[in-house]
Design a protein around this ligand. Structure first.
Ligand code: GTP
Ligand code: MG
Length: 151
């Protein structure tokens, strides 16, 4: 089943939004298969955001991600990469629709509280950067037969 990497950034943690954010993914019907809290080093943050290294905000962004605890998660479900991005909303909260996480809970692009993988390749790379295989749990959730149906 498809998996994506989701992180609650230091601003989301400090603002007490961990349960709010987890709840939105959980209520949708996605399944949490990995979770931990950590303070990424600056080097780790730069690795995570390597695709943006030419952007003017790269240094500030990497400093910010490493400035405090981050909740790193792997969520599983049909279409979770693309739909996870929909739950999160547009990168700049000024453009995020109401009802999305950033639309409801954030105001500026530099403090947009959450990260989500943007495609299958980045999901795979980010999951292996943040998690060891044995930190991810495969299990059956009894609600799945109600979320997906039997056939
Ligand atoms: P992520 O899920 O965090 O990867 O966001 P995204 O995929 O919606 O956007 P992108 O990967 O292009 O940018 C990564 C992060 O860089 C964003 O979430 C923002 O926090 C930050 N960022 C993007 N554009 C800007 C910008 O113009 N200015 C600043 N200060 N930060 C930006
Ligand atoms: Mg991105």
């Amino acid at each position: 089943m498809e998996r994506t990497f989701i992180a609650i950034k230091p601003d989301g943690v400090q603002r007490g939004l961990i349960s709010e954010i987890i709840s939105r993914f959980e209520r949708k019907g996605f399944k949490l298969v990995g979770i931990k809290i950590m303070v990424p080093s600056k080097g780790f943050a730069q690795k995570h955001y390597h695709a943006l290294k030419e952007r003017p905000f790269f240094n500030g962004l990497s400093n910010f991600l490493s400035s405090g605890p981050v909740i790193a998660m792997v969520w599983e479900g049909e279409g979770v990469i693309r739909y996870g991005r929909k739950l999160i909303g547009a990168t700049d909260p000024q453009n995020s629709e109401p009802g999305t996480i950033r639309g409801d809970l954030a105001v500026v692009v530099g403090r947009n509280i959450i990260h989500g993988s943007d495609g299958p390749e980045t999901a795979k790379d980010e999951i292996s950067l943040w998690f060891k295989p044995e930190e991810l749990v495969s299990y059956t959730n009894n609600a799945e037969k109600w979320i997906y149906g039997q056939n």
